[in-house]
Design a protein around this ligand. Structure first.
Ligand SMILES: Nc1nc2c(ncn2[C@@H]2O[C@H](COP(=O)(O)OP(=O)(O)OP(=O)(O)O)[C@@H](O)[C@H]2O)c(=O)[nH]1
Ligand SMILES: [Mg+2]
Length: 281
């Protein structure tokens, strides 16, 4: 991997683990907010409200800093159908995957920057958000290079990464965090919520079939179309047919429901189902 210099002194790397990864993630994010001039809150366009962190937004506002709401993964939704809350402004829909929206975002960043470093007009842009919303992908999209490491796995970025966007702008990548009030290891509703938004990995949850059931209730058509299966009446029926089709069988020929469910969740987390419309719309 090729490293580039950041502006201050002759630091050899663009990646800097300020706290040797020992610090807890929320502390890292708080620190980034404090040293940023503008903060980009990266949300998943499929779940703007659910991937929002109001605790952090409050903090940013208290410090008098500007927030830009960056709705990533907009290749997976129909933008016309999304009604954003009034307080989610300014905002921009982007897709790091399809490379949409970089110009609008860059212009917005330039507009929102209030230079603390007035002499040199340099700014630090903090990039925060839920795990897996595409913060590191956004950095790579903006820089046009694989500067920040990305992964399908939620919780991938572990420290602060500083990446130079231009001679004037430094981007600060952070680990994805969930609001403190959502900390719980055993609340099934929270686990479901975190799995659906990709903050918890498909291979790290119990009872994946319950979550598939929820997904099918909302997006049965897209999911069945994707796998080339006729729409079914229940999740159980779907998983039976799907498991057989994939040949996910246990000894004795019984369908491996757990494996079939995890594949659906994986495809969901990878964004393979394009949501054309929501049920009841
Ligand atoms: N469909 C789609 N997928 C995307 C887009 N941007 C990122 N992804 C995918 O989302 C996953 C997470 O991307 P990352 O950039 O690692 O996300 P992150 O927010 O940095 O994740 P953490 O560091 O774990 O918090 C990867 O599998 C990306 O390929 C996008 O615009 N569209
Ligand atoms: Mg990351």
């Amino acid at each position: 991997m090729k490293f580039r210099k950041i502006w201050k002194a002759n630091r050899p790397k663009n990646i800097e683990n300020i706290n040797k990864q020992r610090e807890k993630y929320p502390e890292i994010v708080n620190k980034v907010i404090e040293i940023s001039d503008v903060v980009l809150e990266v949300l998943d366009s499929r779940f703007p409200e659910e991937t929002r962190n109001r605790e952090l937004e409050e903090k940013i506002k208290k410090l008098g800093k500007k927030i830009i709401f960056v709705l990533n993964k907009c290749d997976l939704i129909d933008k016309e159908k999304i009604n954003l809350p009034k307080d989610m402004k300014p905002n921009v829909f982007i897709s790091c995957k399809k490379r949409w929206g970089s110009k609008i975002l860059r212009d917005l960043i330039k507009k929102e920057i209030v230079y603390r470093d007035k002499k040199f007009k340099r700014a630090q842009i903090g990039i925060i958000g839920y795990p897996n919303t595409g913060k590191s992908s956004l950095i790579n999209f903006l820089t046009g290079k694989p500067s920040a490491k990305t992964s399908l796995e939620a919780g991938f970025t572990k420290g602060i990464q500083k990446i130079r966007l231009s001679s004037k702008i430094l981007l600060l990548d952070t680990p994805g965090i969930i609001p403190i009030k959502e900390y719980s290891s055993d609340d099934p509703i929270l686990i479901k919520h975190h799995t659906l938004v990709g903050a918890r990995n498909y291979d790290k949850i119990k009872n994946p079939d319950f979550i598939v059931q929820d997904l099918l209730e909302k997006h049965s058509k897209e999911i069945c179309d994707f796998y080339g299966i006729e729409e079914t009446k229940s999740a159980d029926e779907f998983l039976e047919i799907f498991g057989k089709k994939k040949n996910f069988l246990r000894k004795g020929g019984e369908v491996d429901i757990d494996r079939a469910s995890r594949l659906v969740l994986r495809d969901w987390q990878e964004g393979n189902f394009v949501l054309k419309k929501k049920k009841n719309e």
